[in-house]
Write a protein that binds this ligand. Structure first.
Ligand SMILES: CCCCCCCCCCCC(=O)SCCNC(=O)CCNC(=O)[C@H](O)C(C)(C)COP(=O)(O)OP(=O)(O)OC[C@H]1O[C@@H](n2cnc3c(N)ncnc32)[C@H](O)[C@@H]1OP(=O)(O)O
Length: 187
């Protein structure tokens, strides 16, 4: 998870959403951010300065592991989704190759998890990024953190491996930006 010596600093794409702008869901049925997934996380990410974002996720009763507490896998999903959203600022299509997660504090149901993430380096197809999630407010204590390694892929990754019905439906979306973002493709 340490970038190689020839890694470079990430470059924000000129058409990346402005700092403060909501990214919106990249795909309505995404478990992390989609608004058509009633039990999903419905995570909302917002562009920040540089190649960074902030995001929020409210833990619902459906997200429990231990009684009254968020499931660790759900928290990892929130971190994965937040880190994955960063790639939209680079306008690169990428998937998670590796995700290393630290669970620092339990996160109760009804808590808002405040996430911050940034890309730290790029080396060829490899994108290195890091995120923290805080509870008790955007400046509250750290409850979770993760480092991610995303690997750039071609759109064929989804076309070749996804189910045809969902691929076709996403590609037929009349909204051009949503259609592009379903696969995180530069429109
Ligand atoms: C629906 C729309 C969504 C659009 C995106 C939505 C974003 C939000 C969703 C959150 C993101 C996700 O959960 S995405 C879903 C979860 N992830 C996946 O399903 C990915 C499954 N894995 C794969 O398909 C594959 O393993 C890939 C694509 C990751 C890599 O395969 P590949 O293309 O053949 O590349 P490969 O040559 O193996 O590796 C390229 C370089 O990366 C390194 N590398 C590869 N994997 C790893 C790894 N696990 N740990 C360390 N390093 C790795 C290699 O060493 C190599 O380094 P070097 O030799 O060049 O130095």
């Amino acid at each position: 998870m340490t970038p190689p010596d020839d890694a470079t600093a990430p470059v924000r794409h000129p058409d990346a959403p402005a700092p403060g702008e909501l990214l919106g869901a990249h795909y309505a049925h995404c478990f992390g951010c989609g608004d058509a997934q009633p039990h999903g996380l419905m995570l909302q990410a917002r562009a920040a300065e540089g190649v960074a974002i902030t995001a929020e996720f409210t833990v619902k009763p459906e997200h429990q592991g231990a009684p009254g507490l968020a499931h660790g896998g759900v928290l990892a999903t929130a971190l994965d989704e937040t880190l994955g959203s960063l790639n939209w600022l680079l306008r690169v299509i990428a998937v998670t190759g590796r995700l290393e997660t630290d669970f620092v504090r339990p996160v109760p149901v009804d808590t808002v998890l405040h996430l911050e993430a940034e890309v730290t380096a790029v080396a060829g197809r490899k994108i290195y990024s890091t995120a923290v999630g805080r509870i008790g407010g955007p400046d509250g204590e750290i409850a979770v953190r993760a480092d991610g390694l995303f690997i750039e892929v071609k759109v064929d990754h989804f076309i070749d491996n996804g189910r045809p019905e969902e691929i076709q439906a996403a590609m037929s979306d009349p909204d051009q930006v949503r259609r592009a973002r379903a696969f995180e493709v530069n429109p």
